[in-house]
Design a protein around this ligand. Sequence first.
Ligand code: CP
Length: 305
Amino acid sequence: MPLLFQHLTSTKQLSRADTEEILRVAADMEKIRTKGKSDLLKGKVLASLFYEPSTRTRLSFETAMLRLGGDVLTAEGIQFSSLYKGETIEDTMEMVGQYADIIAMRHPEQGSADKAAAASKVPFINAGDGPGQHPTQALLDLYTINSELGKVDGLNIAMVGDLRYGRTVHSLSYLLGLYKNICFTLISPKELTMPEKVTSFLDEKKIPYELHDDISAGLDCDIMYMTRVQQERFADKSEYERLKLKYVLTASQLKGKKIKIMHPLPRVGEISTDVDSLPNAVYFHQAGNGVPVRMALLAMLLKKA
Ligand code: CP
């Protein structure tokens, strides 16, 4: 079943059928990744525009394109692009669309992805727009949940940390809203609670959620999705310093627990390294799942899957 949209800016645009098709194609792509390479996207070029720092998203998009036989153009940092000279996102899309067949862009402003998609003549993928959305991360999160637990329906999911500025939890909440009998435990300091746009979505869909500020409230869930406090979104750095290590998950808290621990990464202290060797820890494998999921999206948006 082909995707009926040209651009991916938000998980709110995905149906459950779209999501399951992307996960199915991603499972096929995992076989290609294991073999090494394919020629599926030979002759196609990805423009990888990262105007905000990234390790996982950028490198996994780029290796995804290379493993499918395509080529990659990279632009990194606003200061090295003509956006710095005042060029608009719309003009940038017009130009990049003449050099590449598909664009992945990360940008610090919420809403920049919608502007870019509206102006782009080639398929456009939001690789993170400020505190807005990160839809490809949510898809790889869902792929990870499904591969770790064999299902998504009926799960209890705890989200912990910076739920206000953490775009990954916004995108993932909308995506999990497509599944049945999901229940959320949202754990954050009061300054960093889930934005109203997300809680009103959960209310509309009648998805139950509880708000807590103590991490122990989530330790009996199926999944605990930890997040980093997003230093780059704070105007007041002392406020960041005060909140940054409110939650630190350690191995001793997980004794006898089956819960799977996820994190979009990078972590900056909120998961102790003594958790890494426990069977609960799935965050590094989760990051690896970005490759087959992004291979699937590139192939599907280029109508080659
Ligand atoms: N998860 C994530 O978006 O990581 P990067 O910032 O390294 O791309």
